[in-house]
Design a protein around this ligand. Structure first.
Ligand SMILES: [Zn+2]
Length: 112
């Protein structure tokens, strides 16, 4: 099942390497933003665990914040709304999606 698509890259539940249920809160967030997202190609340290055929990954990065109620806002949304980022009780929350260039397996990595 396709969960979201970024440019020409489809992200399917079958190719997800972790337990997708642990990330079910994040999938709708990424899906909402998918039209405006893009990806880059990066080399990671060492070959990818999924297939050991390459160290190349596509990476999608979504920089945002969580408020007191764990509601997610992107940096752009906050700037557009005119919110005072410095004064608000917001915790940085960065979602990174890595997808193996070779086999298409992908993971989500969270930076808090
Ligand atoms: Zn792979």
């Amino acid at each position: 099942m396709e969960l979201f698509k970024i440019k020409d890259l489809a992200f399917n539940s079958e190719e997800f390497l972790d337990n997708i249920e642990e990330f079910e809160d994040l999938i709708p967030i990424i899906k909402d933003l998918q039209e405006n997202l893009t990806y880059e190609e990066i080399n990671c340290v060492g070959d990818n665990d999924c297939c050991s055929k390459t160290d190349k990954n596509y990476i999608v990065e979504i920089e945002g914040y969580l408020d007191d109620e764990d509601e997610f806002y992107t940096k752009e949304e906050l700037i557009q709304s005119g919110a005072n980022i410095e004064g608000a009780r917001l915790d940085p929350f960065i979602i990174r999606v890595y997808k193996c260039v070779e086999c298409g397996k992908w993971i989500i990595d969270i930076l808090e």
